[in-house]
Design a protein around this ligand. Structure first.
Ligand code: HXC
Length: 273
């Protein structure tokens, strides 16, 4: 089997999962134009799924879709939508059904983040992040649930570990991601009887992502910033991609309503910015 590359810079990674694991399946991923969610989408496509990637910037989505299709041989549909706008999400879902006929898996990954102390955070700044992360997740669930029920599929929500402790300068994101975790748990309980699973992946510090660029001040040793990494290295997108493939696979068929930190153990150390 050829080496599996999840994103351009990670050319030497290999997958331990079956190549055709998701053959005939369809993924709908918000935030899939870049970063972690792009890597998660690539992993699913490398294992046979077709995918729709959703985001605000159509040029970036089109470019990513082209690259992912070329890298995996699967189809990728770029669909412009703002997760804060339910109508635009519904349109992206309709385009997906028109093109692929089904939705098996959903990644709620669109997110907003920046560093700001609670005393300096404007009401609009706080609200904006809640609207993107929490309302955006709710809107995505609403827009997709009937199709995921029909396919007895699964959701993965991309959260964080910030709210597991009190992380300075992350009040907005902590509140938003706590809401995301709660939505996932309720979804798991309500939709379990319909054959739908819902889990959360909580990434730790992941190298080469916009999130890290935003949160790690330039010139600062990130290992020191996060109090070190128990496994001895920073995470990369491949780590999140592998967790995604596992959680969407039947190997995880008895796992639902859970939060899986993928952080090399670093949530057990205090976050320090
Ligand atoms: C304080 C800020 C700010 C900052 C924006 N605001 N940036 N406040 N510090 N750095 C305030 C604005 O002043 C405004 O409030 C309000 O937030 C809304 O800003 P807009 O720019 O009008 O909103 P919008 O264009 O919708 O942009 C949303 C955004 C932006 C969240 C602010 O950053 C964005 O689009 N981000 C998407 C990409 C992203 O964040 N990726 C990282 C996610 S990854 P006022 O009061 O002035 O009106 C991640 C995981 C990290 O989070 C995990 C690593 C360990």
């Amino acid at each position: 089997m050829a080496p599996t590359a999840y994103v351009q810079p990670i050319v030497d990674s290999t997958s331990v999962f079956k190549e055709d694991l998701f053959k005939g399946k369809v993924l709908f991923c918000t935030g899939g134009g870049s970063g972690i969610c792009r890597g998660m989408t690539e992993a699913m496509m490398r294992h046979g799924a077709n995918a729709t990637i959703v985001g605000r910037k159509i040029e970036r989505l089109q470019q990513t879709a082209k690259e992912l299709s070329a890298a995996t041989g699967q189809e990728c549909l770029p669909a412009q939508a703002d997760v804060r706008q339910p109508a635009s999400l519904k349109e992206a879902v309709a385009k997906t059904i028109e093109k692929f006929g089904r939705i098996d898996f959903v990644i709620c990954g669109a997110a907003g983040n920046f560093l700001a102390p609670i005393s300096g955070l404007s009401e609009n700044a706080f609200k904006t992040v809640l609207e993107i992360d929490t309302m955006g997740t709710y809107n995505t669930i609403k827009a997709t649930i009937q199709h995921v029920r029909a396919s007895k599929g699964a959701y993965i929500h991309v959260s964080a570990t910030f709210h597991h402790n009190g992380t300075p300068y992350q009040a907005h994101v902590s509140a938003a991601k706590a809401g995301v975790d709660a939505l996932s748990a309720v979804l798991a309980v309500e939709e379990g009887p319909h054959g739908v699973r819902s889990n959360v992946i909580a990434p730790g510090p992941i190298d080469g992502t916009e999130g890290m660029d935003r949160l790690a001040p330039k010139g600062i040793d990130t290992a020191q910033l996060h109090g070190g990494y128990p496994v001895g290295r920073q995470g990369d997108i491949k780590d999140i991609a592998n967790a995604t493939v596992f959680l969407f696979s039947n190997a995880a068929s008895y796992i639902t309503g859970q939060v899986l930190p993928v952080d090399g153990g670093s949530e057990h150390l205090r976050h320090q910015f």
